[in-house]
Design a protein around this ligand. Structure first.
Ligand code: SAH
Length: 226
């Protein structure tokens, strides 16, 4: 019998590679939350990639998706997810659905995920893919995420997966008291992954690591969903 081609991994082959990624890249990379590691061991990252990159699904690197965007590096996805300290039941807002992969990881751990995306093509593909994979607690909304989703605020957690100089104020407003926001902020050549906790005394900021994300692009000057 010929071995499976690396281009289209079989489900078992993909699962083995996924478990290896969890052990080698995520655990050794410092991820300690067992629920995050288990979620990353369940989500089939190859399903979120264009065919030509499926064989690299379990390399610990960012990869191209449509519209000139990228799916984040698995270790960064795990770090951002861990930083939210999800315990189940939370309502999470994501800015930048992209492929839908990060949304799927969040959906494994939270009650409900709403993910905003500005590219219609990406939003539609992510929506279909998440539905096909059975993620019933994720909604992908076509919108400029710089404005958050005021109608549905507040959110227990917010995750921004595109980079901005600083966190858009609308997102901080839409975070519930005690909630956490994670995202890449700072100058384009010196982005830092920040965790911002909303406390009665103000926003408490901690820094996780330097990073490199595609930019948060704002198309409108007022909240808009399409
Ligand atoms: N979380 C994604 C990767 C994010 S790449 C994944 O798991 O695959 C960043 C995404 O943010 C891109 O898809 C880009 O189109 C989107 N984006 C950039 N600016 C945005 C904005 N203002 N509102 C909504 N989405 C935005």
């Amino acid at each position: 019998m010929s071995p499976p081609t690396s281009r289209q991994p079989t489900p078992n082959h993909a699962r083995q590679r996924r478990l290896a990624m969890v052990a080698h890249d995520l655990r050794r990379g410092g991820i300690r939350d067992e629920s995050v590691l288990a979620a990353m061991a369940r989500v089939p990252r190859e399903e979120f990639l264009p065919d030509e990159f499926r064989s690299q699904a379990y390399d610990n690197c960012a990869l191209p998706i449509a519209c000139g965007q990228t799916i984040s590096q698995p270790l960064i996805v795990a770090m951002m997810t861990e930083a939210l300290k999800l315990r189940g039941g939370e309502r999470v807002l994501e800015i930048g659905a992209g492929s839908g992969y990060q949304a799927a990881v969040l959906a494994e751990l939270a009650g409900e995920v709403i993910s905003l995306e500005r590219h219609p093509e990406l939003a539609e593909a992510a929506r279909r893919r998440l539905q096909r994979l059975g993620y019933e607690n994720v909604r992908v909304v076509l919108a400029d995420g710089s404005w958050g989703l005021p109608d549905e605020a507040p959110f227990d957690c917010i995750i921004v997966t595109a980079a901005a100089e600083s966190c858009p104020p609308a997102l901080l407003e839409q975070l519930r008291m005690g909630g956490r926001l994670v995202g890449p902020f700072g100058p384009a050549d010196a982005q830092v992954l920040q965790v911002i906790k909303k406390t009665p005394a103000g926003f408490a900021i901690s820094k996780l690591t330097s990073c490199r994300f595609v930019p948060l692009v704002s198309d409108s000057s007022a909240p808009r969903r399409r």
